[in-house]
Design a protein around this ligand. Structure first.
Ligand code: GTP
Ligand code: MG
Length: 180
């Protein structure tokens, strides 16, 4: 590892309902995730949903990383502003098997980048499932360079770490080893 300054990093994990934000943070965090999942009060295709935030923490290459997950529902958008304060970058997750959610993901992306222009990657979750959009195609949809869009399985710590490293490299401009 280089002579990197050990300064804690705050990152945000955003994206539509069911994209895998809470799952992603759970796969990465070294502490039990602080979750605020509650029973959904409207039909969102699943029983529970994040209503305020997720919080997880890990140390990668000796650097403490604080992860803040947002609620997916736009009615909680006020929390997106609260959580993105001071964040050095973010991961926008979108479920690769739910192209119907891509417009909502684009809305979240524009909401965040217009108010808080920091480096980000788009993570395309559920790559372990059949019939899933490939990251290259999602990059075309969002009009982003391919290296800014990464396919992943949010339930897999290894896969989640690779996606995290991608955003850390954009944030710091350095190579990260991660667990290898
Ligand atoms: N197979 C598979 N399942 C996933 C993946 N990512 C998330 N899931 C599942 O998808 C469901 C929704 O994931 P959550 O982590 O709750 O999604 P969320 O983005 O936090 O959703 P909200 O808080 O409601 O906005 C859960 O049942 C996860 O286990 C993935 O990459 N692969
Ligand atoms: Mg959640």
């Amino acid at each position: 590892m280089s002579e990197r300054q050990v300064r804690p990093l705050k990152l945000v994990v955003a994206g539509p309902v069911g994209a895998g934000k809470t799952t992603f943070i759970g796969s990465l965090s070294e502490i039990p995730v602080v979750e605020t999942d509650e029973l959904a009060t409207e039909e969102i295709g699943k029983e529970r949903t994040t209503v305020a935030l997720d919080y997880g923490k890990l140390t990668l290459d000796g650097v403490p990383i604080h992860l803040f997950g947002t609620p997916g529902q736009a009615r909680f958008a006020f929390m997106w502003d609260v959580l993105v304060e001071g964040a050095l970058g973010f991961v926008l997750l979108v479920a690769g098997d739910r192209p119907q959610d891509f417009p909502q993901a684009r809305f979240v992306l524009e909401y965040l980048t217009s108010r808080h222009p920091v480096p980000f990657v788009v993570g395309v979750t559920k790559q372990d499932l059949p019939k899933v959009w490939a990251p290259e195609d999602v990059a075309l949809y969002f009009d982003l360079p391919p290296h800014q869009v990464v396919g992943m399985n949010a339930t897999s710590p290894t896969s989640a770490t690779l996606a995290l490293i991608r955003v850390l490299e954009l944030v710091t401009g350095e190579k990260w080893q991660g667990v290898w």
